[in-house]
Design a protein around this ligand. Sequence first.
Ligand code: ACO
Length: 216
Amino acid sequence: MSVFRATQHPGWPAHLGPVRVAAGQVTLRPIRLRDASAWSRIRTRDREHLEKWEPTGRGSWEARNHAGNWPSLWSSLKAEARRGSMIPMVIEVNGAFSGQITIGNIVRGALRSAWIGYWVSKELTGQGVATAALALGLDHCFGVVGLHRVEATVRPENLASQAVLRNVGFREEGLLRRYLDVDGAWRDHLLVGMTVEEVSGTVVDKLIRSGRAARA
Ligand code: ACO
């Protein structure tokens, strides 16, 4: 059974890192059922920081991010992960839940592609956490997971996320008009992409060489 799973979905589950940045040691691990209270507490508190960049949901922000909703969300993400189409990870800083990074729509065959998305707790922003998490996620995609291309979409207004994407080496590919229903309206998004040929060594190595991160 485990052999079948490993073949179907190399790279799940995985523990990645650590990488050291200003905020501390950044690691990635699979989502857990017991993440409910940390997930809910941070997301409820950080509504203003998060809501304007996230897909529109049904019901109030408080209701959607209530700890009681985590078990069903956790279960559906895990089911996708077991099917091989997603890698839903928690970003930890010094061992504490600090955000999420998700590799989604994993397609194999001749495409071998996926998208990547993330958020970080407001109190930890500006200290290299998302950049380190994204670098770890990309190295995983191009390494064990065996992908050829990873893409991301970002609102033109989201300058912090664009900086993160640029700093790990994403290239801009175009503007997707009215692409996604975000914060209550159809929003334009920039499409960025990267293929394995564009990475020399690893993305984490590149961050370390540029002084943005250090080996832990
Ligand atoms: N204008 C321009 N650049 C900015 C701004 C701004 N207003 N604010 C921050 N930055 C830059 C920083 O200077 C830094 O770049 P630098 O290293 O070149 O100086 C970069 O943005 C931030 O880098 P990190 O510290 O690694 O990122 P952080 O841990 O702060 O997380 C993130 C950034 C994920 C965007 C966080 O603010 C967040 O969670 N925002 C809300 C949710 C969100 O936007 N998620 C991303 C959606 S798009 C996607 O998932 C592909």
